[in-house]
Design a protein around this ligand. Sequence first.
Ligand code: UDP
Length: 398
Amino acid sequence: MPNKAQPHVALLASPGMGHLIPIIELGKRMIRSMALIVDLFGANAFEIAQEFGVLKYVFVTTNAWFLAVIFHSSSLDKQVILEGHVKGRKPLKIPGCKSLSFKDTLESLHDIDSLDESEFIGTKMTKSNGILINTWQDLECSTIEALRDNNYLGGLIKVPIYPIGPLVRQEGKQVLDKQAKQWLDKQPIESVIYVSFGSGGTLSAKQMTELACGLEQRQQKFIWGVRPPSNNALGSYFTIGKNDGDGTPDYLPQGFFTRAKDIGLVIPMWAPQAQILRHPSVGGFLSHCGWNSTLESITNGVPMIAWPLYAEQKMNAAMLTEDFEIAVRPKVSTTEEIVGRGEIEAMVRMMMADKEGHAMKNIVKELKQNAEKALDKGGSSYNSLSQVAQDCLHHLQV
Ligand code: UDP
């Protein structure tokens, strides 16, 4: 058994890992532990945790609003969601929280099977000893308070809610290569926009052309983590494509590399995002609004152009623009229409040069400080995580 002073935790925070770790190995690890932490898709392992008398936690890798939507949708009649929200395009009213407009809806609310899955996940979460969320008290105060209310959704949740974020990727082994570092070091403070669509996002060839032309037209200094386009007309999840060698690939405007060589740097496939966002020359982030990217941007005090593609990214984009006011979003839907080069140029100018962008920068820098305070000793997230550790110790002692 673990030493009393050192609680052990078996962490299964990735959906993939749950399938990869053989059950016996998982059991062995849990015997030596007293808490199992899984993400939303790993709650099946709770039954084994129960057998071994181990505490069970869910770690929600996104935000509290997303969690409220999952719980609320699992508490509603599915036909009400399908008829009213999906077919009727009416906002989904989430008690105590921001409503979810149809334009920002989740794909998982669109059919019975996915709704069944959400309900299953919601039910499993209520069987845990607590829900850890990668957010912090001040960022989503009213939503967190709503989730913590014992009577919320008819008393559905009843497990403690622990906002423990922002937990972001550490720089770790990712290295900013010499060329990128030298290039960034030469740029003025906050003059560069970083462009990335996350671990799996891609754009269509047409959309990539518009984006390249928008950056070029604005003559904006940029670093772009470029992936081959998707076949989908607008953008989608990553599929491996063909890259035609060293010169400008055929999915970018002809001669783009040559013309852009003084203003930008293209990094193929995977960029060391944590290092890039941390660099003082970076002053804006055109992002797909994955929650990790969002937190990495906030914790580096970098405002955003919100360009959501899939999953809960449209919800994140809505929060960033409407609630936090630290991002600008294209007028057209990034999942339904092509965003033209003129609009891209205008958004980049607004974020990097106009007074609205300046205001966004000030707000995001305040949020950065606020996030640091939450994580510092005695801060709200520090205290939340300490409470979890206390519960683990207490569990060991009884
Ligand atoms: N990331 C990176 N380099 C890339 C693309 C992504 O380091 O070229 C990292 C990024 O820093 C973040 C994660 O991958 O930590 C993406 O997570 P996020 O939740 O933002 O988006 P998703 O995984 O849904 O694409």
